[in-house]
Design a protein around this ligand. Structure first.
Ligand code: HEC
Length: 178
């Protein structure tokens, strides 16, 4: 190996090491929506909301789907996605139903909310906000980041679901699973 190539390799290795040690900084930027989530994530529950005229589905990464156990905190790396679709409406604006009574989705997403937990996350949030090791993030229907505020995500999930590892639908899904 030439001396300059060796130097480049050493610099690259140092650079990678420095990146791995980038200190955790709280915020929604920690959550990156995987480009392949629609193909890879597993659908857990789907709820038709008549009031909002939407269809809401909760997805989870396959690793957490396999590892989650009843009455246990959700696994490190659990990545929950709540994706909303517009319901197809009749002329009066009432959601149409399919043969088994479910709403019929219009194509595409209207909004995507995400929460993810990882070891070491959550540091720096005050106790009035901190949700264990969870972060929250919002995305637009096309998957681009939505920079709207996320404080309410923390407060609502903290107040209502601290005993369920801050999860709603997926927690219940895991408890009910046999
Ligand atoms: C006022 C209370 C409230 C607020 C604010 C809120 N959520 Fe939730 N969240 C819920 C409820 C209730 C559910 C269960 C699904 C439902 O009923 O619509 C839920 C479900 C979820 C889920 C699906 C995971 C699961 O296990 O159910 C994600 C992801 C999520 N919320 C992220 C967010 C994000 C991101 C924000 C902020 C942009 C947010 N939430 C703000 C109450 C809230």
């Amino acid at each position: 190996m030439t001396r300059s190539l060796l130097a480049a390799v050493v610099l690259l290795a140092l650079g990678a090491g420095a990146m791995a040690q980038t200190p955790y900084r709280p915020g929604p930027h920690n959550i990156v929506l995987p480009a392949d989530w629609q193909a890879r994530f597993i659908r857990t529950i789907t709820v038709d909301s008549a009031a909002r005229r939407i269809i809401r589905t909760i997805y989870v990464n396959p690793e957490a789907f396999a590892a989650a156990r009843p009455a246990q905190p959700l696994p490190d790396g659990t990545f929950l996605i709540m994706a909303d679709q517009r319901a197809r409406l009749d002329a009066d604006g009432t959601p149409l139903r399919d043969s088994v009574g479910r709403f019929i989705p219009e194509p595409g997403w209207i909004a995507i909310a995400a929460q993810q937990r990882n070891r070491g996350w959550g540091e720096g949030y005050p106790p009035t906000l901190r949700n264990g090791e969870w972060e929250y993030a919002r995305f637009n229907g096309d998957g681009s980041r939505n920079n709207g505020p996320v404080e309410a995500c923390f407060t609502c999930h903290l107040v209502t679901r601290a005993q369920q590892d801050f999860s709603f639908g997926f927690w219940d899904f895991v408890q009910a699973r046999r």
